[in-house]
Design a protein around this ligand. Structure first.
Ligand code: NDP
Length: 680
């Protein structure tokens, strides 16, 4: 069998050695061979930096995000092919969906976030403008620009599709090319994934490179503009973090390592409560999905001492129904471990755990009943449930058996549960299964600093809960300490991980031109044509209209109160309003001011402004008293065309002032504005 090719520097390259065989997890048959002999990782990095990065950075965030969506749809069309190959890694259909559909889902999610939460530009404006001077001539603004390197990812064997895609998506939206180094055991599936990506021609050439096999001296060639994202064992994470070149060049390093995640059943549970059932169900799911080879799986199950026996019995009963065997058989609930080495690793870890625990279900050392599979050929183990009645013993908090293995331990009270949860010394995720808000608060606040994510599961959210073990692109995936100390995804934060944040200090006009976002104090243009009469292409950042002045009368305030029903005393009761320490007399409703402002700035004729879809950052700064005169200045702040739509979004800065020039209200008005040429 030929070794897997790597895709480097714009072409598929075959190693010049026969390579190490990779085996089907269930049958032991050879699936592929792997080697990097004769390949040049340094050249691949240089190619990414010099030939791919510049082309990617020319695209806007929206253009990159749109490509990601096209790619996601393409991969979805080919997912069945990936499922069949995935079965050879030991994954059942359900496991494969978790990996493959999950990975494709991350692409869709980042595509949507890139288009909705980022500008159609190459510079990201990060946070609010910071006023740095009294006269407003000197401002500060954080911006983020893509790193000019390659996002190198070193992946674990357990998620050969989700792993590469969840790292690729934020890097690509940021504008960085990716180099994937898959774990050998399941590299043939990642290889097919990358073939599909390359063959599709959807992403710019070289956006994704693949190095199948030993990375050789790859890390020696990383620079401060590259990123290194690792998923795998804590031991390898330690080694990579301390790699001489990584340390010397200050390479941005992110690690997601195995951790001893916990799930805690609340004391409010009783054997017939929904939470008891949810806890048992979730624990069995976590033990058996991907045969427990999930970095987020529940390894430690804490239960109130008085319920320990009943929970153990209920879990055992469920596990007895789990059918293990050929992952491609529809009957099977749990497939095989990745390879015989992992089975040995699980046996070794189990032995260490048995120093303080007893096995209450499953034994990896004796052959057991399998569906359509041979115990001698595949890396099969049964689900194994342990019980440790002295949770103060160290092993269950330190030893991870990376397979279908969990330990049930009793706790005394909420504080004890927190203390035990924290003994994992840093976890990716912890769950609390309880409908008692006080218990949940104690546990979440007590254990959160040792966790990257916490799930509260109970009768109220179970129908829609995404579960303990599913990292989501919107949320942080990573944890402190033993979990690697890193963070992946978390929405836009994952994109920013591939960018440099720079604080720029400058005058308002310079900042406007740099960010293409109107900054307070920079030039405004009031033209003869009302900005609401301009189509998207004609509108410019800084285009303004001034409306007013208009006097706000006592009668206006009375009528507004009566019309809307907002008869709050500050607008209607002279005596009570006079006693109010902020107002000292009757004031106009803030919403009246905003409504009058809309009346002052609007161009009423039918035109390119299609809709007002919201206000943001509204602040009432100075009260408006009857008799005050208000004026509004509306300025186009950011213009964001939508691709494949005949309109775009325009954010306007609204500043309502009174006769003394004081701002009484400031906010952003959000509108949809039609394009003159919808095809653009
Ligand atoms: P490893 O940490 O050994 O390997 C993970 C990845 O790192 C692989 O791609 C591996 O490739 C690569 N790697 C290892 N050493 C180096 C190095 N010096 N330089 C560059 N790359 C390197 O984990 P395994 O996949 O072998 O699994 C071992 C254990 O890790 C499991 O039993 C489990 O406990 C844990 N694990 C944790 C996961 C998580 O999600 N956090 C996922 C999977 C496993 P290569 O082998 O080619 O060197």
């Amino acid at each position: 069998m030929e070794p897997l090719r790597s895709y480097l520097a714009g072409r598929w390259q075959r190693p010049d050695a026969a390579g190490t065989p990779l085996h089907d997890a269930a049958t032991g048959q050879e699936v592929a061979r792997i080697s990097t002999s004769g390949l040049d990782p340094a050249a691949a990095l240089a190619y990414g930096r010099e030939s791919v990065g510049p082309a990617l950075r020319e695209l806007t965030f929206h253009q990159r995000a749109a490509l990601l969506k096209t790619l996601a749809s393409h991969l979805r069309e080919h997912r069945h092919e990936l499922y069949s190959l995935s079965a050879r890694t030991g994954a059942t259909k359900g496991d494969s969906k978790f990996d493959i559909d999950g990975g494709i889902g991350v692409l869709f999610s980042y595509s949507s976030k890139g288009r909705r939460e980022m500008p159609d530009d190459t510079v990201y404006v990060d946070g609010a403008t910071e006023p740095l001077s009294k006269q407003g001539t000197f401002l500060g603004q954080h911006i983020a620009t893509p790193l000019r390197g390659v996002a190198v990812q070193i992946n674990a064997f357990n998620f050969p599709v989700w792993g590469p895609l969840e790292k690729l998506a934020p890097a690509f939206v940021a504008g960085m090319p990716t180099l994937i180094k898959p774990a050998p055991q399941t590299a043939y599936l990642t290889h097919r994934l990358v073939e599909l990506i390359v063959e599709s021609g959807i992403l710019p050439e070289g956006s994704v490179q693949l190095l199948c096999g030993d990375p050789g001296d790859l890390l020696d060639h990383l620079t401060e503009q590259d990123t290194l994202s690792f998923t795998g064992s804590a031991a390898t994470a330690r080694r990579l973090r301390a790699h001489d070149n990584v340390v010397r060049r200050g390479v941005r390093f992110n690690a997601e390592a195995d951790s001893l995640n916990c799930s805690i059943l609340g004391p409010d549970a009783t054997p017939d409560s929904p939470e008891f059932e949810l806890f048992v169900r979730e624990l069995v799911t976590e033990m058996t999905v991907k045969a427990g080879q999930k970095c987020t799986a529940v390894r430690r199950a804490f239960v109130p001492a008085e319920l320990a026996d009943e929970v153990t019995e209920a879990v055992r009963r469920r596990l007895a129904d789990i059918k293990v065997g050929d992952p491609s058989s529809g009957e099977v609930d749990m497939g095989a471990l990745a390879d015989p080495e992992q089975r040995e690793e699980v046996r070794r870890s189990l032995k260490a755990l048995l120093e303080s625990c007893r096995l209450v279900h499953g034994d990896p050392n004796t052959p057991f009943e399998l569906v359509d599979a041979d115990y001698e050929q595949g890396a099969f183990v049964p689900p194994m449930l342990l019980r440790c009645d002295d949770p103060e013993l160290p092993q269950p908090h330190e030893v991870e058996a990376f397979g279908p293995v969990s330990t049930i331990m009793p706790y005394r009270d909420a504080e004890h549960a927190v203390e035990l949860a924290r003994r994992g010394h840093g976890s990716l995720v912890g769950s609390v299964v309880s409908a008692d808000p006080d218990f949940v608060r104690t546990v979440v606040t007590g254990a959160a600093s040792q966790h990257g994510r916490m799930l509260v599961l109970n009768r109220h959210d179970s129908a829609e809960s995404t579960g303990h073990g599913s990292p989501l692109p919107q949320l942080a995936h990573g944890g402190p300490g033993r979990a690697g100390g890193g963070e992946e995804m978390a929405g836009l934060r994952g994109v920013l991980h591939h960018m440099q944040r720079t604080a720029v200090q400058a005058d308002p006009d310079t900042l406007t031109s740099l960010t293409r976002q109107w900054m307070p104090g920079s030039a405004r243009e009031t033209t003869a044509v009302h900005p609401f009469r301009k189509h998207l292409e004609r509108l410019r950042v800084g285009d303004s209209v001034v409306g007013g002045p208009r006097t706000v009368t006592r009668e206006d305030v009375r009528r507004f109160a009566e019309f809307t029903g907002d008869e709050f005393y500050a607008h209607t009761d002279e005596e009570a309003a006079a006693a109010n320490p902020f107002f000292g007399g009757l004031v106009a409703h803030g919403y009246l001011v905003v409504s009058f402002a809309a009346g002052l700035f609007v161009a009423p004729e039918s035109g390119p402004v299609l809709a007002n879809y919201g206000l943001e950052n509204l602040r009432f700064l100075t009260p408006t008293y009857p008799g005050d005169e208000i004026t509004v200045t509306l300025t186009a702040k950011r213009i964001t065309p939508r691709h494949n739509a005949d309109y775009g979004e325009v954010r306007w800065d609204a500043d309502v002032t009174n006769q003394d020039g004081e701002s009484v209200a400031k906010y952003d008005v959000l509108t949809l504005v039609a394009k003159e040429n919808p095809s653009e």
